[in-house]
Design a protein. Structure first.
Length: 452
């Protein structure tokens, strides 16, 4: 039996012990949460072609339905931020999953564009609120030597969930109708929410910061290291200093974090702008280069496949090098890869290679932003900080496809379209470079103050 002192730094405790079965359970649960989250968020896009035929409605009429779903994602993240600290992350996660599960089931009853839009809006609110809590939960149970990799690993669930939704729609819709997609999307989050209610803990740093009873914190730590002897009167502490008078939004917008918050928002906004523009219009743009419909769809999938590779790669690198620099370089790789797509002249093999490289950089960088935000904020503002970054960034996902439509309507050349996308991706890189420099200056000033 190992002994533990009366004052225990919970993060140091996690760092010093092997990654346990209990932490694996948290990892898998958070991965499934994000995968199901992505499934529900994207489900409507896979059934629109069927609804166009069954309802006799023009495809363009579904534009507002798709947009209102993305708006729900943004508002859900923004609304969840303060709730994470006024209630608890676990409460918000479970409530959000129940909300979008019920609304997904409700979508099965939709018989008009209006009712469909209402159900998708509230589904979006639930989906948008759940993801930041999963990132917080995983980060606070991760050893620092692998925290970025683990948070990125659960983020890959979004890419897997999106792919699973497409495969499910292809398999189920022809025989069971479009409602089958939403039946699955409704049942799964409700089942997972019940499991999390029974089996998942609160984020560890949140418990310490909120002054949870010592025996509850000790019980969680014993699940991680059963052989650790923790006294009943142990006082649990956090590695970073906490401002007792501030939490949630007050921390995110405080003088210490305000500049960094704005730069994280900018990086995520510009990145989602570019990503959603490409997801919406890349098949059309590649067809304009001479590809068939099938080949254009396969090439577009490489944006996601590259993202899976990039997310794992950059998570591994972030645990070993400066996090801001790694993600800034990832955005730069994505921007250059996307720009090179527009420079090809009908050589589809090179188009595919460039899209894959762009996916590694752009999709991988976007999936790494949660790790970056989790490391940036203290426990008192972590969930809100991640939530608001997601919420504000989501508006880029609304604006991007609209700008793409305007460029195509106004006759922009293919090289010009991809150059515009590159510029926005590089703006994300610049924002993180500035943020890194500001963080270094702040750290240097802090050291000078202490030495004085």
């Amino acid at each position: 039996m190992t002994s533990v002192s009366r004052t225990l730094d919970v993060q140091q405790f996690i760092n010093e012990h092997r990654f346990s079965r209990y932490q694996w359970k948290i990892l898998v649960t958070c991965f499934l949460l994000i995968a199901i989250d992505a499934y529900d968020g994207l489900a409507i896009g896979f059934v629109v072609p069927v609804l166009v035929r069954e309802w006799g409605v023009n495809k363009a009429a579904f534009g507002p339905v798709l947009s209102v779903g993305v708006l729900g994602l943004a508002l859900g993240a923004l609304l969840a931020g303060p709730l994470y600290h006024r209630t608890s992350p676990k409460t918000v996660i479970i409530g959000s999953m129940l909300l979008f599960g019920v609304c997904s089931l409700g979508t099965m009853t939709a018989n008009s564009l209006v009712s469909l839009g209402v159900w998708r809006f509230f589904t979006g609110i639930g989906v948008g609120a759940a993801v930041p809590g999963a990132a917080t939960l995983m980060y606070e149970y991760a050893p620092r030597r692998m925290s970025a990799f683990l948070v990125n690993a659960i983020a890959v669930g979004a890419l897997i969930g999106a792919s699973a939704c497409g495969l499910t729609a292809a398999a189920m819709v022809p025989t069971h109708g479009w409602t089958s997609v939403f039946l699955i999307g409704g049942v799964l989050p409700i089942v997972l929410a019940v499991f999390m209610l029974a089996a998942m803990p609160q984020p560890l740093h949140f418990m310490v910061q909120k002054g949870y009873p010592g025996h509850r914190i000790a019980a969680v730590l014993r699940r991680i290291a059963p052989n650790a002897a923790i006294d009943d009167d142990t006082r649990f502490v956090l590695p970073e200093a906490q401002d007792a008078g501030k939490q949630g939004v007050a921390v995110v917008l405080s003088k210490q974090f305000r500049t960094g918050s704005v730069l994280l928002w900018a990086a995520y906004f510009f990145g989602t702008f570019a990503y959603y523009l490409l997801v919406g219009w890349l098949p059309t743009l590649v067809q304009d280069m001479g590809a068939s419909l099938r080949n254009s769809q396969l090439i577009t999938v490489l944006l996601t496949v590259g993202g899976i590779v990039g997310t794992f790669l950059f998570g591994w690198l972030m645990d070993r090098f400066d996090k801001y620099t790694v993600v800034a370089l990832a955005y730069a790789l994505g921007g250059i890869g996307i720009w090179l797509v527009g420079q090809q002249r009908g050589d589809l093999a090179w188009v595919a290679v460039c899209v894959f490289a762009g996916g590694i950089g752009l999709s991988g960088a976007l999936m790494s932003m949660g790790s970056l935000a989790a490391a940036f904020y203290p426990a008192s503002g972590r969930s809100t900080g991640i939530s608001w970054m997601h919420g504000i960034g989501r508006f880029g996902g609304i604006v991007g496809p609209m700008v793409g439509a305007y460029m195509l309507r106004d006759g922009f050349s293919l090289p010009a379209v991809f150059t515009v996308v590159m510029v926005f991706v590089l703006l994300s890189s610049v924002a993180l470079i500035i943020n890194s420099a500001a963080a270094r200056r702040s750290a240097a000033n802090g050291m000078q103050t202490e030495s004085a």
